[in-house]
Ligand binder design. Structure first.
Ligand SMILES: Nc1ncnc2c1ncn2[C@@H]1O[C@H](COP(=O)(O)OP(=O)(O)O)[C@@H](O)[C@H]1O
Ligand SMILES: [Mg+2]
Length: 324
């Protein structure tokens, strides 16, 4: 009887957990080339072997899609229940939480061993069969992190880039005929970085006509190929002054905060946040996650905070905003 009950309870808990879908991580609706990348990552993780621990680092610059691949793999594993437990720790750089059970562990945005120590994560403590995925920007952290394999994530290829860009610029998976060659130019400028394609795509989708497109691209040409920051700046500079202020407020104070609460506060400061946040999210500068929180890509957030820091690099008291 006791055994029957415990099986029953396990089953109920399993189903409720499924329904709540608590650990399903949100990723963009318009994924391109994800199967290939997830498969490659699973290969590196050697999921079939149960006798050892494996730590794989996904390495690449900000905006290339490390977190997205890790989330996609995590969601698949979670669905097929291949692990007894799974945890996804975001922004390890900024948070330190205690995971409550090892198995598949994803540590997003790690840059040094101290962070893993603070989380009490140590290779010797992991049960055989456990898998850890780290996402890192700096390759030099891999030695101290005792990584078994580094997956240098690929940029999107030309086809994938066209698809992603077109989706954001035209709401379809191929460019509109008249815009083909201009689109080609953007794709080549973006160097296969999904974040840049998303932002430029949404930015250009707000242009009225082909002339405006040309003039925006003219500005884009001023940035060197590898200057991701510069490409993001283009999108920031195109905001009107009030939106710039709002954008910086969000970057400094509201990331991760409930959207409704943020709206209330911002209304009190004279903004029209409902529509203005709408504009920012259409430009991909802000997103809303599945928990109704305001989010911003860490790369964009860093960029925004850098703008504020530059107001007075030496004397924080002279800056327009302070945060910790
Ligand atoms: N394969 C992909 N297809 C479509 N969009 C992607 C893909 N990979 C990343 N993105 C988008 O690009 C942006 C940056 O991706 P992210 O995973 O956050 O990069 P990273 O973690 O390397 O900084 C996100 O907005 C994400 O939705
Ligand atoms: Mg990331």
């Amino acid at each position: 009887m006791a055994r029957f009950e415990s099986t029953l309870i396990e089953k109920v808990v399993g189903e409720v957990a499924d329904k709540l879908n608590h650990t399903h991580l949100s990723v963009t609706d318009h994924l391109v080339g994800i199967d290939f990348r997830v498969q490659k990552l699973s290969g590196f993780l050697k999921l079939r072997s149960n006798n050892d621990v494996r730590i794989v680092a996904i390495w690449g610059i900000g905006g290339i899609g490390k977190t997205t691949v890790a989330k996609a793999l995590f969601n698949r594993m979670h669905r097929t229940r291949e692990f007894e437990g799974s945890s996804f720790l975001r922004d390890v750089r900024e948070t330190s939480m205690q995971p409550n059970g090892f198995v598949l562990l994803v540590l997003d945005d790690v840059d040094n061993i101290r962070q893993l120590r603070a989380l009490a994560i140590n290779r010797d403590l992991l049960r055989p069969g456990s898998r850890v995925i780290l996402t890192i920007r700096d390759l030099s952290s891999t030695t101290s992190l005792q990584v078994d394999k580094v997956y240098k994530i690929e940029e999107l290829n030309e086809d994938e880039s066209f698809q992603l860009f077109s989706w954001h610029a035209f709401r379809r998976d191929r460019p509109v005929e008249d815009y083909k060659s201009l689109s080609k130019e953007v794709v080549s400028y973006s160097k296969g970085l999904p974040l840049v394609l998303e932002i430029l795509g949404s930015h250009l989708s707000s242009c009225r006509d082909i002339l405006e497109w040309r003039s925006e691209l003219e500005k884009l040409r001023k940035f060197p190929h590898k200057d991701v920051q510069g490409k993001l700046t283009l999108s920031f500079n195109s905001l009107d002054d009030k939106l710039k202020v709002l954008f910086l407020h969000i970057a400094c104070f509201f990331v991760g905060m409930d959207q409704d609460l943020s709206i209330k506060i911002l209304k009190g400061c004279g903004f029209f946040p409902e529509s203005e946040i709408g504009v920012l999210s259409r430009r991909f500068l802000v997103t809303i996650d599945g928990y109704n929180r305001l989010m911003m890509h860490d790369h964009i957030k860093d960029k925004a905070r850098e703008i504020v820091r530059q107001e007075s690099p030496e004397e924080p008291g002279e800056r327009s905003r302070l945060w910790h």
